[in-house]
Write a protein that binds this ligand. Sequence first.
Ligand SMILES: [Zn+2]
Length: 100
Amino acid sequence: MSCGCLSKRRGDKHPNWRRGFTVTPDGYREIPIPGCTGPHRYKSEHRAIMEKILGRELASWEIVHHINQDKLDNRPENLQVLSRSEHAALHAALSAGGVV
Ligand SMILES: [Zn+2]
């Protein structure tokens, strides 16, 4: 069971600090993992919130989608769990409809 510490992400894409959380270059908010001191001590806030809602850890193939497309809007009602393929299909449909 990993807390995400062992993620291979390197410091070259250094996230920006903003009051207690970071925003990654691809626009996701990350929060510190309590008690974790590994090289990657942060996890995506939207995934952490969804794990809390589900009461279990998300599998690596499970994607938490932002329903309104705002990656910083991590309200539970804006989050939806999809498989990787469902998520790709949804985004393909959204961009085909002109809404990205
Ligand atoms: Zn998405």
